[in-house]
Structures are given as structure tokens and as C-alpha cells.
Design a protein around this ligand. Sequence first.
Ligand SMILES: [Zn+2]
Length: 164
Amino acid sequence: MSDAPRVSRIMSQSRKARKARVRGVGAKCKDCGTDDPLVLLKTRPILCEACKRRRDEKSARDGHHPSAKANSTFTIPVPVNSHRRLTDAQNNWDPETWRNPTGCPLRAAAGCIQGFIDTCKEMMDAMLAWIVEMLEALSDLLREQLGERWWVGTPLEQWARPPE
Ligand SMILES: [Zn+2]
């Protein structure tokens, strides 16, 4: 089995760490507070791409080629910060797949699959990750206010897990 995903993750983390060093440890966007080095600009004050565009009254969306231009003309509108992360993800692809200079149908198919995977991951991070934190915070709050097994006798009891 290929260790390509692991190598890609390491390369992405390396690029992210390099950008974090350039922006400064603990750097955050002055307007929204994001600390993702992939979206922070070298502006003073430090801003993310989305907040810079907002300040400049420019579109905060870009057209993204999820499969890379060489593999498909299909584009999707994405928030600019997502576009930066998705482009960084494409930098982890096999360059032959991203460029596909001969128009190889298998490379095109690989680009479509990888682009779909990258886009789903970005959507999961953007649309779902915050819900995990919110559910955990709500769980802590309900336990604190109503007791250890606050769900007993409520409609939520049907989803309770048996204690180990
Ligand atoms: Zn921002």
C-alpha cells in the first residue's frame, strides 16, 4: 500500500509550519481571529484573505477547479480561505496528475477523484467541525446544570449509550 497520503500530509504540515514561521508564531487575523497560516497574509495588521477582501470590498469567493484545470473545466464557487486551503491540498498531488500534460484519461480521473476528496474534507471542516465543539460544550453545560445523566427521562434517552 502506498504511503502517499501520509507523505502528502507531512508535506502540507511542513508548508503550513513554514508559513506560520513567516507570519510569526501565534499570528491571527485581526478581524476574524483565524490562525490558519495557509490563509494569513503578510499585511499589517495581519489579515486573512477573506477579511482583506471584505475590507477591500472585493468578492470573498473564488472559482475553484477541484479537479485541476488540466483535468476538467468544472469549477465551483468557494470562499477565498477555502480556496487557499484547497489549492494547498492540490500542491500535495502527484504533479503529473495536476498538470496532466498529455491529457491522460487515467490522470484526469485521478484528479477528479482527488479533487472530490479534498473538497469533501474542506466542506466537513467548514460545515461540521464546529458542531462537534458545540455539542461537547452543550453536553458539559447540561451535565453541570442537570446532573451526570441529564438525558434520563427525556426524548434524547433513546440515543444514550450503555455505560461501560
Ligand atoms: Zn479574517
